[in-house]
Design a binder for this molecule. Sequence first.
Ligand SMILES: [Zn+2]
Length: 169
Amino acid sequence: MIQAPAINCFKSSTHPQHPDLKAFLTEKLSNPYNKYCLDCKKNLTTHCIVWLGVFVCKDCAELHKDTFGGNQYSYIKDVYGEQWDDYQLRSVCFGGNQPLFTIMKEYQIDNQHMSSKYRHACVTWYRKKHITLMDGLPFDIDTNPKPPKDWDERVQQTKQQFMKSTENL
Ligand SMILES: [Zn+2]
């Protein structure tokens, strides 16, 4: 096993955030959906999941790191305790808890455990869309359709894809 080396890194978190940045983040978190944690819906939000553009509380942020083995899946930032670069801020600009909350409700995974909820096809679809928008690229809904909700819809979607594929024959 390789341990992370103990080095004295330069920390931008020891420098205060620019007042304009702080004002922008405060404004974002004042939105009623962003104010409370997307996961537990009880605690006030303090952290951002950058690859999804959503806000969670400190406890749930820790749980995300434990569940997904660090930052590679979620990429969590302390909203007021860190500096932000322009790319990370695009996540906050395009994101917000409401769109993902709506999708989780739609697919009825809202109350599932974090490990299955965030691995569900609708969340990985949303994550892909969000990162594409952060990159400033168009997200083609035809080649990246929303995942089907149930078996009937799955059959219907496969049928449509089949019809489309035979159109040009
Ligand atoms: Zn929480």
